[in-house]
Design a protein around this ligand. Structure first.
Ligand code: RIB
Length: 297
């Protein structure tokens, strides 16, 4: 079984800051580094590291060829990554010393994907294959319609959440991967139990996974609700921790593992990512996850 991840590829410029820049302020960074990133790219690497057969589709500019090469090195199929005349998308990321971040995105090539490219890519997939989407490319409405009509299993991580999510027919999604903010936006509820109840009622045939920061994760696997806590790890950089969670959880589900086991694998993987600087480079391998000696909080 294959998974197509139609998603963003970014160059992440990461500035380590004493504190996030305030309005009107000019502040020097303590450190700078650039990494391969983008929620799409990160999630493809997490899927591949977890053992999935993953195909990445999306677009870069000529300045982003190294992103495609990195995906190839990680074992991701890249035939559907197009090189356009628009510059590669990028992210300006500030990381405070407590590991928290804030991110400015420039869409670039991620925002010029054509309907023709969508149709051409999807023609290589079939009923039953998985399709994963985030919310950093322009083509999601077309992809949802076309892939659903083909009978693919649609998984949505609506991140970063904005008004464009309302243009998607969410009844076509078979699995939602949400953080607290996205859960609140979709359900209109603040309390996690209420969020889950509203989402289950609204999308009765979907699996729903709701990550809750320090409160761990709750998930509906189609039959029952399960939950998992977090691990006690030093917080170095939270960038790509959510993407790591998505890749490991989804690979587990595609492999037919029970949801409870998938939550454990994904929580361990994202805990390891939090302990490392950077985006895609912070994502652990399955071997590292299986060998990790992590203490539950
Ligand atoms: O989820 C982390 C990612 O969000 C970063 O790599 C950045 O590129 C943004 O897309």
């Amino acid at each position: 079984m294959k998974i197509l991840n139609f998603g963003s590829l970014n160059i992440d410029d990461v500035y380590t800051m004493e504190h996030f820049v305030r309005p009107g302020e000019t502040a020097s960074s303590l450190d700078f580094a650039y990494y391969a990133g983008g929620k799409g790219l990160n999630q493809s690497i997490a899927l591949a590291n977890a053992g999935a057969e993953v195909y990445h589709a999306g677009a870069i500019g000529k300045d982003g060829i190294f992103l495609k090469e990195l995906l190839q090195e990680k074992g991701v199929h890249t035939d559907f990554v197009q090189v356009s005349d628009t510059r590669t998308g990028h992210a300006i990321i500030q990381v405070e010393q407590n590991g928290q971040n804030c991110i400015i995105l420039y869409g670039g090539a991620n925002r010029v994907i054509s309907l023709e490219a969508v149709k051409q890519t999807l023609s290589h997939f079939e009923k039953g294959d998985y399709l994963l989407l985030q919310n950093e490319i322009n083509a999601n409405p077309w992809i949802v319609e076309e892939s659903y009509a083909m009978g693919m299993n649609l998984v949505l991580n609506p991140s970063p959440f904005d008004s464009s999510i309302a243009t998607l027919d969410l009844q076509k999604i078979s699995c939602f991967l949400l953080n607290e903010i996205e859960g609140e936006e979709l359900s209109g509820e603040k309390e996690p139990g209420r969020m889950m109840a509203v989402l289950r009622e609204r999308y009765p045939s979907a699996k729903i996974v709701l990550t809750l920061g320090k409160a761990g994760v709750i998930a509906f696997d189609g039959e029952k609700v399960c939950s998992h806590g977090i691990y006690d790890v030093p917080v170095i950089d939270t960038t790509a921790a959510g993407d790591t969670f998505t890749g490991f959880l989804l690979t587990g589900l595609m492999q037919g593992r029970p949801m409870q086991e998938c939550l454990e694998l994904a929580s361990k993987a994202s805990s390891l990512a939090i302990g490392r600087k950077g985006a895609s480079n912070s994502i652990p391998t399955m071997q590292e996850v299986l060998e990790a000696d992590l203490k539950p909080v």
